[in-house]
Design a protein around this ligand. Structure first.
Ligand SMILES: Nc1nc2c(ncn2[C@@H]2O[C@H](COP(=O)(O)OP(=O)(O)OP(=O)(O)O)[C@@H](O)[C@H]2O)c(=O)[nH]1
Ligand SMILES: [Mg+2]
Length: 196
């Protein structure tokens, strides 16, 4: 059974955000970390645009899922070739969102398994904590690290992001997909992943 998804509704300015007051789950993370891929593989749809060039997602994209909530894809931060102005505009867009969005229920902060969390990643974690936003730390591209090292990696991330409610290793081939669907209350709407 597939998960019903509508959208995306794209917006930069708060007046263009959806008005239906559904709960929202926000995806945050560096450019190229795999936010759009996360949406596609989690929902099992090719709905978010992916590319090999970072900086693909430039607006807030609201996906309405199962008529119950929005999953919100945000542009990545830390994109080296972004101009100063673009960085400032991006920061402002996300800050506006975080400051104004009463319906924000939970965030997913994505970090790339292959790299050390950056200063931006840590700042984002603290920013969420200070704003009272609960979040799950999702380590993407876990297929790129050996199975035997995964637990150690998750433990390390728990130390770096003590405010995270949970640390979940994820990969686009479905590792821990079911766990995240559970968090979103979507397990009845989707097939469980294969045992790994
Ligand atoms: N091996 C592997 N590659 C992945 C995974 N997730 C994403 N990628 C690749 O990483 C690249 C970037 O993925 P996107 O989903 O576009 O990243 P994004 O965070 O949306 O990037 P921006 O929109 O630029 O912020 C693409 O080439 C993906 O195929 C994963 O779990 N494993
Ligand atoms: Mg993207």
């Amino acid at each position: 059974m597939s998960i019903p998804v509508e959208g995306p509704l794209t917006a930069v300015d708060p007046e263009d955000f959806p008005e239906d007051a559904l709960d929202e789950y926000l995806l945050l993370g560096r450019s190229n970390v795999g936010k759009s891929t996360f949406i596609n593989t989690l929902l099992n749809r090719r709905i978010a645009r992916i590319s090999k060039t970072p900086g693909r997602t430039r607006t807030l994209n609201f996906y309405r899922v199962a008529q119950r909530f929005h999953l919100v894809d945000a542009p990545g931060y830390g994109y080296a070739r972004q101009s100063k102005l673009e960085r400032a505009q991006h920061g402002e867009m996300v800050e506006n969102y975080l400051a104004l969005r009463g319906v924000l229920r939970h965030a997913f902060l994505l970090v790339d398994c292959r790299h050390e969390p950056t200063e931006d990643d840590r700042l984002m974690g603290r920013y969420l904590e200070d704003g009272g936003v609960t979040f799950t730390l999702v380590a993407t591209k876990a297929d790129k690290i050996a199975k035997g090292r995964r637990k150690q990696h998750a433990d390390k991330l728990r130390r770096v992001f003590p405010a995270a409610e949970d640390v979940v290793l994820y990969s686009k081939d479905g590792l821990n997909r079911h766990k995240l669907l559970e968090l979103l209350g979507l397990t009845n709407a989707a097939q469980p992943e294969k045992q790994r």
